[in-house]
Write a protein that binds this ligand. Structure first.
Ligand SMILES: C[S@@+](CC[C@H](N)C(=O)[O-])C[C@H]1O[C@@H](n2cnc3c(N)ncnc32)[C@H](O)[C@@H]1O
Length: 227
């Protein structure tokens, strides 16, 4: 894709603004099969295994994960750039919410210290994601962890090797009502590990939860620790 990074990063935010309504319905009606069969349990399991008292949910959307963790007694802050998603999350209750872009977080607008930073299918950008991840060590307590669940390159991109770069977006598998998908920046497993290690996460573990319906990986799940 020949557009400059800046245009693609903006297109990502525009697409979430435009598709907030169908997204809320898709999540709340369990319309996304891979979430129900595999990835919701995978992210919850990875977080619960660390028993964090406090969690930052980055790109929280309509708030299902923030809500679930808050209902389990964790102190959770969900942040997202899209006002209508944050409003829907607040209305549903559980946890605290702030409307912030990743660039604002990278610019130091979030002053918080937590045991875990979680990004569940919320990192689609190129350089903006690297800047954001570079900010996370300063938001984490020394023994804290970063947990990222993201699109698995094998299921998203049949072309081998998976060259890092922008790809055409799609709402396939999300259900009805969506329009104008944004491009997204594909990274291989090794690219993700490189991003995390270059930003101070010295220990990185990676798993690939399997979708029992297809036997294929449903996601890539990374846990990074600063020490
Ligand atoms: C696929 S949704 C995931 C939402 C939620 N984590 C979940 O598991 O349902 C991606 C979310 O990332 C948010 N997002 C994407 N880019 C962002 C940015 N640059 N700044 C803030 N939020 C962003 C979108 O608004 C959207 O709510």
């Amino acid at each position: 894709m020949s557009k400059p990074d800046y245009d693609n990063e903006k297109a990502i935010l525009d697409a979430w603004e435009a598709n907030a309504k169908p997204w809320i319905s898709a999540v709340r009606s369990s319309a996304i099969g891979t979430r129900v069969r595999a990835t919701d349990d995978a992210i919850l399991g990875a977080i619960r295994a660390l028993s964090p008292a406090s969690v930052l949910d980055v790109g929280c959307g309509e708030g299902w994960l923030t809500r679930t963790l808050a209902n389990e007694g964790m102190r959770v802050l969900g942040v997202d750039a899209v006002g209508s998603l944050v409003d829907a999350a607040r209305t549903a209750g559980g946890g605290e919410y702030l409307c912030l872009t990743y660039d604002e977080i990278s610019d130091g607008k979030l002053e918080i210290e937590v045991d875990a930073v979680v990004c569940n299918f919320s990192l689609f950008g190129g350089e903006s994601v690297e800047r954001l991840i570079a900010t996370f060590p300063s938001l984490l307590r020394p023994a804290g962890a970063l947990i990222i669940q993201t699109v698995h390159p094998e299921t998203a991109d049949g072309v081998l090797p998976h060259e890092a770069g922008w790809r055409e977006g799609s709402w396939s598998g999300c259900g009805p009502g969506f329009s104008d998908p944004a491009p997204w920046f594909l990274r291989s497993k090794d690219d993700w590990i490189d991003v995390l290690t270059s930003q101070g996460f010295t220990r990185v573990e990676v798993t690939a939860p399997i979708d029992p319906a297809s036997g294929a990986p449903a996601s890539l799940l990374l846990t990074g620790r600063i020490r």
